[in-house]
Design a protein. Structure first.
Length: 168
């Protein structure tokens, strides 16, 4: 859920081990895209599955609001969005927009977002994997909540994390 794409390919667009390749991104399968559409629809109608919400972020090219279901994550009182699939379109849009909205039914929370450097991601990624691993482990290429600090830190560059601050 964290960062689906309308694409139907299910193979990574790059290998994290090859430094000259484009950033890691695992495109969603046709089934993933359909499930994300359903989960987003449920969130728009006030039904959260395990804490999911619908993210709206302004498209950096189109200027139109783009919607995707996400798993907002809380760690030590801070709120975060983690892109399990990597450097997805919503991540690129978030970098350009600097914020967006989270929706659950009629409750819409506008927020600003700051991307974390890789050095700050370890505890957020570990607790995210503890909570959401059942859903997202497949996108972390063998890294799980039980992985060593070194393994999670090595995967950090493939999984953007944004600290969000609600503004409304």
């Amino acid at each position: 859920m964290s960062s689906a794409s309308p694409s139907s390919s299910s193979s990574p667009s790059s290998s994290p081990s090859s430094p000259s390749s484009s950033p890691y991104y695992l495109k969603g399968s046709a089934l993933n895209v359909r499930l994300n559409g359903l989960i987003g629809w449920l969130a728009r109608h006030g039904i959260s599955l395990a804490g999911s919400a619908e993210l709206s972020v302004r498209g950096r090219k189109s200027g139109q609001m783009q919607r995707i279901p996400v798993n907002p994550h809380t760690y030590e009182g801070g709120q975060y969005l983690v892109s399990a699939r990597g450097h997805s379109q919503w991540v690129r849009n978030m970098r350009a927009a600097g914020g967006g909205e989270l929706r659950l039914g009629r409750k819409v929370r506008a927020f600003t977002a700051v991307e974390l450097p890789d050095a700050e991601k370890l505890p957020i990624l570990r607790t995210y994997l503890e909570k959401w691993g059942w859903e997202v482990n497949q996108y972390f290429q063998g890294v799980t909540a039980e992985s060593s600090d070194e393994e999670i830190a090595a995967a950090a560059g493939d999984h953007p994390v944004f600290r969000i601050t609600v503004t409304e």
